[in-house]
Design a protein around this ligand. Structure first.
Ligand code: ADP
Ligand code: MG
Length: 609
């Protein structure tokens, strides 16, 4: 490995040379005691995607205590803290946190066309622009940036803490230039002072309050334990007393300031206590398996509660407010999404023969309606193995959810292809073991089919199951009872080879994330704005890489969608996130098979064999 002196000599020689000469930096450099810098990719010009680097801190320099290294959960929690601090989000005045409700692209993947020709700080927030100016160079000169983990704590590739105590951090640097001429001195300052200083101030244990490190490790481990406890307790979700559920806004995933929020308090009848390894027994509300209804007046916190449950499939950082809100990892939010494409999904449990005699056993359309899109979302979630469905009235298709007595009389059954969810939800649980948590303030018909009814009032839940039974008995709906079966073929769809490709032109892979949850994939754009359980840009990007990996290695006309996404999930678990992106970017985050399938299902070129 080359050393600092060689780096000095090289950069002195490169000063004033054409930008392409920076390629000589590629490779490893020992830039300090216990500190290595690896330049993996050198940008083509100062306006292009910045150069990708990795740093390795050996265990002695990193200095992490054995207690922080002893489980994967602990290391993951600590690594996320390091990434959060390095990426600068904890600095006061951080301009715009990622991890908003819908992934919001703040930049394109490699700067590409949009990045070209702009001066320092062109599209960046005020807090970030300064770094580019330091060197006085062009384009992204002097910029240091790392993917921000948002509020979620899970496996990611920006900072990793290895079992032996070594730290690996990945980020990008803009190699300095004026015009297209290398600024050798600025590069030297960047690589031998600015970068090591930033590392020194953010990555070693000594840069942190030991209590904060321990808390990050323990919080993560506790969340894993809480989630693991759900199944044995017969619960689909758990919300601890004292949790803070509301967010700052629909675009800002950080918690509402505590003085503005009503903290969660469990109703006595649903109160359960779960054990954690580091915080002892924790008390809160357990949502039991079966059919759960969340009712209550408008603006009383129903959707906020469901959203916290949706995101409970992931762990959250200490101080997020949801770090003790956990949901079974295979719970899937489903919703209406008119206009989406659907490829060969059996939606017949909900929708029979369509106008014109179209059958729905393998329903295909480039332009689904509200009800057919939601029916497809449900069946696709079941195909991949969802144990729990989450539905909010705000985003559901009314005609798929209910049909009341009067409508049953007005529109005869033989003219209505829809069997509403209300007539399937019990059988779905009984026959397929799939629970439902439904936010429904507008239809009392569901009182007949619910096992548990929860009322939200002034952001407080109470259990009203008994009262709901009385109301249901006293005021019958007069509905004709539905079939109460779930005739599900369990067909697993097999994608046709060649119908999924990340290629574009000569590039084997073209994957970018765009604002609003749009994934550019090859020549296609996949709209994932309705996939609310994708919590960050990094997750969206990783879904794209995962899909590309499937296209290249798994879609061979023999494997079904559930087979291939589960296989990939197992590989991600065993080998790490880098298996989907051999270029080893520091911009990946943990994903679930459900979201990979969701992307595949929305790819408009998808065909079945
Ligand atoms: P609903 O679905 O019942 O109509 P929402 O969940 O959309 O209600 O909440 C309405 C508003 O109240 C939102 O702005 C939300 O951020 C806020 N809110 C929700 N829960 C709380 C809470 N526990 N404390 C303070 N504000 C809350
Ligand atoms: Mg609502």
């Amino acid at each position: 490995m080359r050393d600092l002196r060689e780096l000095d000599t090289l950069l002195a020689r490169l000063d004033g040379a054409g930008y392409g000469a920076y390629r000589a930096l590629k490779g490893g450099w020992a830039i300090g005691p216990g500190l290595e810098l690896h330049v993996d990719h050198v940008q083509g010009d100062p306006f292009a995607a910045p150069s990708r680097v990795r740093v390795h801190l050996d265990a002695a320099y990193a200095g992490f205590d054995g207690a922080l290294l002893q489980s994967e959960a602990r290391r993951t929690g600590v690594a996320a803290l390091l990434a959060r601090v390095f990426s600068g989000a904890d600095r006061p005045g951080h301009p715009s946190p990622p991890g908003a409700r819908h992934p919001v692209g703040r930049r394109t993947e490699d700067g590409g066309a949009e990045g070209r020709g702009r001066g320092p700080g062109g599209r960046r927030g005020p807090g970030r622009a300064a770094e580019g100016r330091e060197s006085g160079g062009s384009g992204r000169s002097g910029e240091i940036r790392m993917e921000h983990p948002g509020q979620v704590v899970g496996r990611q590739t920006a900072v990793q803490l290895h079992p032996d105590g070594e730290v690996e951090a990945r980020f990008t640097v803009g190699l300095p230039a004026r015009g297209r001429r290398i600024l050798g001195r600025a590069a030297r300052t960047l690589l031998t002072r600015t970068v090591p200083d930033r590392i020194e101030a953010t990555l070693p244990a000594a840069a942190h309050d030991p209590r904060a490190l321990l808390r990050a490790a323990e919080t993560q481990e506790d969340q894993e334990a809480l989630r693991s406890a759900l199944l044995a307790a017969g619960l689909v979700a758990f919300i601890a007393d004292g949790a803070l559920l509301p967010r700052r806004s629909g675009r800002d995933d950080r918690p509402l300031p505590e003085e503005e929020a009503v903290l969660f308090r469990s109703p006595e009848s649903l109160r359960v206590t779960l054990d954690t390894p580091n915080s002892g027994p924790i008390t809160g509300m357990g949502i039991p398996e079966g059919v759960t209804l969340i009712v209550g007046g408008g603006f009383h916190g129903k959707s906020t509660l469901l959203r916290a449950i949706e995101r409970g499939v992931r762990n959250h950082a200490p101080g997020d407010g949801r770090e003790r809100v956990v949901t079974r990892a295979d719970a899937v939010k489903v919703r209406a999404e008119d206009g989406r494409s659907v490829a060969g999904v059996d939606i017949s449990p909900f929708i029979g023969e369509l106008p014109g005699g179209r059958r729905t056993g393998a329903f295909t359309t480039p332009n689904a309606s509200g009800s057919t899109s939601q029916a497809a979302a449900i069946m696709e979630a079941l195909e991949v193995g969802a144990s729990t469905l989450l539905v909010d009235e705000d985003t559901a298709a009314t005609n798929l959810m209910i049909r009341d007595r009067r409508m049953q009389q007005l529109v005869p059954a033989d003219r209505e292809p829809i069997t509403p969810f209300i007539d399937r939800v019990r059988a779905l649980y009984r026959e397929a073991g799939v629970s439902s948590v439904l936010v429904l303030g507008g239809s009392g018909d569901y009182l007949d089919v619910a096992d548990t009814v929860l009322a939200m009032h002034d952001f407080h839940p109470t259990e009203v199951t008994a009262r709901a039974r009385e109301v249901a008995a006293a005021t019958p709906t007069g509905r004709e009872a539905g079939p109460d079966t779930f005739p599900w073929s369990r067909a697993e769809r097999v994608p046709a080879p060649g119908s999924v490709s990340a290629r574009r032109g000569r590039r084997p892979r073209r994957i970018r994330v765009h604002p609003g949850g749009i994934l550019e994939f090859g020549e296609e754009r996949i709209d994932l704005s309705s996939i609310e359980q994708i919590a960050s840009e990094a997750e969206l990007r990783t879904v794209g890489y995962a899909l590309a990996t499937l296209a290249e290695s798994a879609i061979d006309g023999s494997r079904s969608i559930p087979e291939m996404v589960r296989e990939l999930d197992a590989r991600l678990d065993a080998e790490g996130l880098d298996v989907v992106a051999p270029s080893r970017p520091g911009t990946l985050a943990q994903i679930r098979p459900f979201e990979v399938a969701a992307a595949l299902n929305r790819l408009r070129t998808l065909r079945l064999r």
